[in-house]
Design a protein around this ligand. Structure first.
Ligand code: M6R
Length: 612
């Protein structure tokens, strides 16, 4: 989704803005631009459709922008096609006010009509331009720029993170937020805004997170923040402890491959601090045993891959806790009048912590009295801040749009949470508890073993990269695992794929299986291995090419049935998907590589989906 960066200091803003925008590229975008306030008090704007390289080229072809205050933006089109004019920053008609905006101005049509009636001429098709034009309208009507900002915020509905540069207020810029992430960065003789911390981490680790309704005025000497009634407020400072190199490729061809390879270490970071003396310990949780014992139901709410983690969690939590678990897509949950209340725990899963649908679902569940426990990667993100309890995954920054290490850390954390609550409920026998803990301890090394040989995935990818339709089939945990395998393939290779519960295939979808159809058959869930074999035989009989994934202990049996067999080490059945997902990630990665796709930035996708 769109990215914002803003800077004011004593050195030229443009290179810092471009560097920040480069670090936001991973979020997904289709155009980019910057606005800088020149030393003579003139707004200089450059913006265009396409990659940042195009913007850089344009900037190099003109006299350098020397101003020390500026705002920059990467746009992911919602209102108005991706083109030069619809790119941000947007400038008011008299050229004195420039804005960058993330979010959606829901009442922009009404405001645009009002302004058109007043004779204002619009240039773009965007909702965002109304903010620039309305600012000019109030500003020229006699307000000072801060008055104008507050009048505009009063008038607009929807979500926004805004950076505002005004030629008549030099050496500063203004920021505002509602329902879209924006953070403030405190530098040495300079100040920043950014939609996510990766944009500014090279310059400062000292940040504050803006809250809804807040307005900030940034100068090189500091940042003043005001609430919605324009009262000054003190912001809490946070120290970002992410390693800068974690957001760089470090010799890998793609962030996705780097992040796949980082999974053993990421999972170790997630698990190790929470295993003490053979027990799962969550020091950060406020959930009381009495509350857990009073639970009638658990809801897991998420989108995309985080939802797939929830699908696996349903099987494991129900098995361990014997409490019904419902897994809901956040975008559906929020409008479903959900049957959720004080005796239901809502587990909200989000890597970014900023997914708008997930956030809205969280608020809905909270409004109905549910306790919100979130599993989040980005520290200080909106979902983390609005939850009653947060379990951080500690996966470090995930840059590739297609999630890998965040998924794996979410999954293991959810399994640990299930074990922890099941133990409080007295529903896990001691030997079972000990077996799962032992398996958790061994998990990172086993993940490392899967990653130590990528050649079989490269080979299979070379055989199947030109297929245009792939089915993933499996039962129980393997079914939920297939959902993630299929999504990985779709999003980075653009091959159409479906994931099916293997037993459901014969109720319709098997009609699509014909000679040469590729079926990835998942048979890692030991209790249903024989059933999985029957399904493989069924699709083979219809001519399918089968790639089977199973555990090492079943390799011999599987090799008698399937022509291509991939294996993973055996572990406790609950944790088997944590190993099983790695071959699926690698398979998707190498297929996308063979097809020459833009793996880290797949078309139409965004890392953090902050619009509905
Ligand atoms: O940041 P979140 O975990 O809330 O994001 C949810 C989905 O948008 C995300 O998992 C998406 O499906 C990824 N592209 C999957 O690789």
């Amino acid at each position: 989704m769109c990215g914002i960066v803003g800077f004011v200091g004593s050195e030229p803003a443009a290179p810092i803005l471009l560097d920040g925008l480069e670090r936001l590229e991973y979020r997904g975008y289709d155009s980019a631009g910057v606005a800088v306030l020149s030393p003579e008090g003139r707004l200089q704007i450059e913006k265009c459709k396409g990659r940042l390289a195009v913007l850089r080229q344009k900037l190099e072809e003109q006299p350098p922008m020397t101003g020390c205050a500026g705002i920059g933006h990467t746009r992911w089109a919602t209102h108005g096609e991706p083109n030069d004019i619809n790119s941000h920053p947007h400038v008011s008609e008299n050229g004195r006010v420039a804005i960058v905006h993330n979010g959606i101005i829901e009442n922009y049509v009404e405001i645009k009509e009002f302004l058109l009636h007043k004779g204002v001429r619009f240039r773009s098709d965007t909702d965002s331009e109304v903010v620039a034009q309305l600012l000019e309208y109030y500003f020229t009507a006699g307000a000072d720029i801060m008055d104008a900002v507050y009048q505009v915020l009063e008038r607009i509905d929807g979500s926004y993170a805004l950076g505002i540069l005004c030629a008549d207020a030099p050496d500063r810029f203004i920021a505002a937020r509602k329902d879209a992430p924006l953070l403030l960065g405190y530098g040495d003789g300079c100040s920043f805004i950014a939609s996510d911390v990766t944009a500014i981490i090279r310059h400062t680790r000292d940040v504050s997170y803006m809250e809804d309704g807040e307005v900030a005025v940034l100068t090189k000497d500091g940042i003043a923040v005001y609430d919605r009634l324009r009262r000054p407020i003190e912001k809490e400072h946070h120290l970002v402890d992410w390693d800068v190199s974690a957001a760089e490729k470090g010799g890998y061809a793609h962030f996705m491959l780097k992040e796949i390879m980082e999974q053993p270490e990421a999972v170790r970071q997630t698990v190790a601090p929470r295993l003490q003396g053979g027990r799962v310990v969550f020091e950060e949780l406020s959930l009381s045993p009495a509350y857990i014992k009073g639970l009638s139901r658990i809801f897991i709410i998420a989108c995309g891959s985080s939802y797939h983690v929830g699908m696996l969690g349903k099987y494991n939590l129900e098995k361990l806790m014997r409490i019904p678990v419902e897994v809901c897509l956040a975008s559906e949950f929020r409008y479903s009048d959900p049957l959720i209340g004080p005796d239901t725990l809502a587990i909200v899963i989000s890597q970014s912590g900023e997914t708008l649908d997930t956030m809205a679902a969280l608020r809905e569940a909270k409004k109905r009295g549910s306790h919100i426990l979130s599993i989040v990667n980005v520290v200080g993100s909106s979902i983390a801040r609005e939850s009653d309890d947060v379990l951080y995954t500690w996966a470090g920054p995930e840059i590739a749009v297609a999630t890998t290490k965040a998924y794996s850390t979410q999954l293991v954390l959810l399994d640990m949470l299930g074990l922890y609550m099941a133990d409080i409920l007295g529903r896990v026998p001691a030997e079972e508890y000990a077996a799962i803990v032992t398996a958790l301890e061994a998990l990172p090394d086993k993940m490392g073993a899967v990653l130590s040989d990528v050649e079989s995935y490269q080979y299979l990818a070379s055989q199947y990269f030109n297929h245009d339709c792939v089915f993933y089939i499996g039962r129980n945990l393997d079914y939920a695992l297939g959902l993630e395998g299929s999504l990985k393939l779709k999003e980075i290779s653009y091959i159409h794929s479906e994931s099916y519960a293997a037993g459901e295939l014969k109720h319709g979808t098997i009609s699509l299986i014909e000679t040469g159809t590729l079926v990835v058959a998942l048979a890692t869930y030991a209790p249903l291995f024989d059933k999985a074999v029957s399904n493989i035989v069924e699709v083979k009989a219809r001519g399918a090419d089968v790639v089977a994934l199973t555990t090492e202990s079943q390799r011999d049996r599987m090799e008698k049935i399937a022509p291509n067999v991939l294996t993973i080490p055996d572990t406790h059945p609950i944790l088997q998907p944590s190993l099983g997902v790695i071959p699926l990630q690698l398979f998707a990665y190498y297929i996308a590589l063979q097809r020459g796709c833009d793996i880290d930035k797949p078309k139409n996708l965004a890392k953090s989906v902050t619009v509905e």
